[in-house]
Design a protein. Structure first.
Length: 278
């Protein structure tokens, strides 16, 4: 069963207060979707504007319903409480977006165990746990999807050698796609979505080169439009797949991507490719 839009669908989105998670929320809100925002940002950061509450207000202004749930994805009781509140408020959960992620691009000796633990707790463990807790409700939905913002499993050694701790944690999200797609085949579509280019997010602004990198990036809206395209497909259309945002949109008939560029004067072939793509 496919849908023409996401009206009245309930999306549970981790890390939804900013960046790609918020962009996906706003795209769904334009259809009249219900958005459950699970994030811990209650106060604006000096370098990261926006909170879970300002994101909720933007969602309402875009035409959706918003349920902000403050919590830390590392703690099961907080995730469970948010899932329970989502079902109590909206009657169920149709879609889970595993967006929350932590990044530290350090080599082995430079990676603190605190940083290692944080990346694994948020990326792989958080994704597994959010999926585990939402699946009982997803199985009851008419067209359920799990979409992990995770890369294809590229086994080229250089993607491990540069930052093995981050790669292990991020690939944990990808492995959830393979395992859960097989386990829930025909019941819940489980896929991954990853950008072809660097995306203008807080991580890029603060950790991956700042202004020069942002200039050669695309806006989060390209990921939101690609996610929307996947989430409106029937559950049996695709599962266990690793999609790239531009490829998804090309398949949907989009050929002009200039509107997604941060710098409209920069040609597409001058944009920076994202991690894990060769």
């Amino acid at each position: 069963m496919s849908t023409d839009n996401l009206k009245d669908k309930t999306l549970f989105i981790t890390g939804a207060s900013r960046g790609i998670g918020k962009a996906i929320a706003l795209r769904a809100a334009r259809d009249g979707a219900n958005i459950v925002l699970f994030a811990k940002t209650t106060e604006p950061h000096p370098k990261l504007p926006g909170t879970i509450y300002t994101a909720a207000e933007e969602i309402r202004e875009a035409g959706g319903s918003a349920l902000p749930c403050v919590g830390d994805i590392r703690y099961e009781e907080q995730l469970q409480a948010a899932a329970d509140k989502a079902v109590e408020t909206f009657g169920g959960i149709d879609i889970l977006i595993n967006n929350a992620s932590a990044i530290s691009l350090t080599g082995t000796e430079a990676t603190t165990m605190k940083s290692y633990d944080l990346m694994h707790q948020i990326n792989s463990r958080g994704t597994f746990m959010a999926s585990k807790l939402c699946l009982p409700h997803l199985k009851k939905a008419a067209n359920p999807h799990i979409l992990n913002l995770a890369p294809p499993l590229n086994m080229a050694p250089h993607w491990f050698g540069r930052h093995v701790a981050y790669t292990m944690a991020k690939y944990g999200m990808s492995l959830c796609v393979l395992g859960m797609a097989d386990e829930y085949a025909g019941k819940v579509a489980v896929n991954a979505l990853w950008p072809k280019t660097v995306i203008n997010t807080a991580a890029v602004q603060n950790q991956l080169g700042g202004a020069p990198t942002v200039k050669a990036a695309r806006q989060p809206s390209i990921m939101a439009d690609a996610a929307w395209t996947l989430l409106t497909q029937p559950v049996d259309a695709a599962s266990g797949r690793f999609f790239i945002d531009e490829d998804v949109l090309r398949s949907a008939g989009v050929n002009d991507f200039s509107g997604y560029r941060v710098d409209p004067d920069l040609d597409d072939d001058k944009l920076l490719p994202d991690f894990f793509l060769d």
